[in-house]
Design a protein around this ligand. Structure first.
Ligand SMILES: Cc1cc2nc3c(=O)[nH]c(=O)nc-3n(C[C@H](O)[C@H](O)[C@H](O)COP(=O)(O)O)c2cc1C
Length: 131
């Protein structure tokens, strides 16, 4: 498939531990369907909330989660990349690499606070700092 510039766009998508994981999962489906590449980050609390509030049982490690989400969202291989909380070399952590928008959905109060203050204590917060 030939990608247009819009379709090739990369979006950083973070899930944190607030209610509403369904919105984030639906957004992931829509971004994939639109041809975007998606860098996914999932906080530890988000994994607990997703397991509690949805039917999804996300695997614990980023590689396994990447395989699971690629299959679940019907994405192309490599279209969804999953990064861990301490993956400081991941693209969303870089202020000099490709510019990509960040969506935090759902966003917990804790992460909202960290983003507002520039805490940068994990990859999601660092991605917010970069954005
Ligand atoms: C089932 C469940 C639902 C939660 N819902 C919310 C919520 O709607 N909003 C919120 O700010 N925190 C909520 N929390 C608490 C956060 O998960 C908790 O503050 C956590 O430390 C947030 O960490 P994170 O920002 O790294 O994901 C919930 C926790 C659980 C277990």
């Amino acid at each position: 498939m030939t990608e247009t510039a819009a379709q090739a766009r990369t979006v950083n998508l973070a899930f944190t531990g607030a209610s509403g994981a369904q919105y984030g999962m639906r957004l992931l489906q829509c971004l994939v369907a639109a041809g975007c590449r998606v860098n996914v980050m999932v906080s530890r609390a988000a994994q607990v909330v997703i397991a509690t509030e949805t039917e999804l049982k996300l695997p614990g490690t980023p590689p396994a989660m990447q395989e699971f989400l690629t299959d679940w969202a019907d994405a192309r291989p490599g279209q969804i990349l999953v990064f861990g909380r301490d993956d400081w070399f991941a693209p969303p952590a870089s202020g000099s690499g490709e510019k990509a928008p960040l969506v935090v959905c759902p966003c917990s109060t804790g992460t909202l606070s960290a983003l507002a203050t520039g805490a940068s204590d994990n990859l999601i917060e660092r991605a917010g700092d970069v954005a």
